[in-house]
Design a protein around this ligand. Structure first.
Ligand code: AMP
Length: 378
């Protein structure tokens, strides 16, 4: 199936192509036509399923079809999210998909923990507001936003919102919305608490349940750091020490680099060795044995070697340098999170590699909240 089948506006289709989405994900296939029809929806799906675009695309299409309205402080679409990070991510998807449309569609994120004044000013002219519940209520109390014209309400990660104790705030917000509206509710799980919510909220909804990714894949936690080449060594040592990593596999893009990284670790008192194609078979076997037995804490390897390494329950993998292809990335991180025990795969990314890394994540349908290493003390 192709995105063309949804009969979306051509400029939205162009944005989909620019993002590199080739075919719709299962939740998109099922949700997009129903949301365009105006149906209420209950989507049981996790991050990684493509759920964000499954509501962003039809919402943009509906707004375009309805034509330009007045500019005011009355958004037509409200997306409630549990966290600031999700607010930013969802807003980014709205923005990426609303480039160069025949009418300008303004989306913006509002969340707590930052000054409210700039948000109060910026809300003017907003079409789509993506908000955490507490800050939205603050903005409402100061008359910066009026929710009486909301036509579509999205609750994203509703289970997380309830777990974080936002139930009362959510109820308060629902009371501010027009009774007649479209409701889209997304949640990773369906529990009793959520059932209470969807019974109140949804009117004869279309229910879509997307199978969770395989258990093994789910066990791999991903995290990432923006870091310049000159700071990678110190960051690596900092993470090994701070997180008390007893066994960590580090990936570099060449054998020479693997040797250098291992040498630098040894100089700093961390047991390390390297393994790559230029080493003799006996040296490789020995390095691997020492790593497996725990004699050597850090093994620095190249992609060539990653496929052959089978170590059960390896807790940490660090991508010191990015691999060229998403396939290699999957192989690398597949060394961790095996045999039903959780693993962490950490990736170092230079600013210049941001786009390349995004492409890899997109292929994997995963998200990472990046940490800027400059904010760390090491
Ligand atoms: P989500 O589940 O919405 O958090 O999306 C997870 C990741 O999948 C994000 O990086 C999206 O950019 C990406 N994505 C969403 N839809 C598609 C698609 N149809 N094709 C490829 N990637 C997609």
């Amino acid at each position: 199936m192709s995105f063309v089948a949804f009969k979306l506006h051509p400029s939205i289709l162009a944005n989909i192509t620019a993002l590199g989405y080739e075919t719709p994900t299962p939740i998109q296939v099922q949700a997009i036509p129903e949301v365009i029809k105006g149906k209420d929806l209950l989507g049981i799906a996790k991050t990684g399923s493509g759920k964000t675009a499954s509501f962003v695309l039809p919402i943009l299409n509906i707004i375009l079809a309805n034509g330009e309205g007045e500019r005011n402080r009355k958004p037509k679409t409200l997306v409630l999210v549990p966290t600031r990070e999700l607010a930013v991510q969802v807003t980014e998807v709205f923005k990426e998909l609303s480039h160069n449309l025949p009418q300008s569609i303004k989306s913006m994120a509002v969340y707590g923990g930052v000054s409210i004044n700039p948000q109060m000013k910026a809300i003017y002219g907003v079409n789509i507001l993506i908000a955490t519940p507490g800050r939205l209520l603050d903005l409402h109390r100061s008359s910066a936003v009026n929710l009486s014209k909301v036509e579509t309400l999205v609750l994203d990660e509703a289970d997380k919102m309830l777990n974080l104790g936002f139930k009362e705030e959510m109820q308060e917000i629902f009371d501010l919305l027009p009774k007649k509206r479209q409701n889209l509710l997304f949640s990773a799980t369906l529990n009793d608490q959520l059932s209470g919510l969807n019974n109140v909220l949804l009117l004869d909804p279309v229910v879509i349940e997307i199978e969770a990714p395989s258990e093994e894949e789910d066990l791999i936690n991903l995290s990432g750091y923006f870091v310049g080449d000159d700071r990678k060594g110190p960051l690596l040592r900092h993470l090994i020490r701070e997180q008390d990593m007893k066994q960590v596999l580090v990936f570099t893009s060449s054998g020479d680099k693997a040797d250098k990284v291992a040498w630098k670790l040894i100089k700093n008192g961390i047991e390390a060795s390297s393994i790559h194609g230029k080493k003799s078979q006996s040296a490789r076997t020995k390095a691997l044995e020492n790593f497996k037995s725990g004699k050597v804490q850090v093994l620095v390897a190249t992609d060539l070697i990653s496929r052959g390494i089978d170590i059960n329950e390896l807790p940490y993998v660090i991508n010191y340098e990015l691999p060229r292809s998403p396939k290699d990335f999957v192989h690398r991180i597949g060394r961790t999170g095996r045999a039903k025990s959780e693993g962490l795969a950490i990736t170092f990314v230079t600013r210049e590699e941001t786009h390349h890394f995004k492409v890899i994540l997109k292929k994997m349908k995963r998200y990472i909240d990046m940490v800027d290493s400059e904010t760390l003390d090491f």
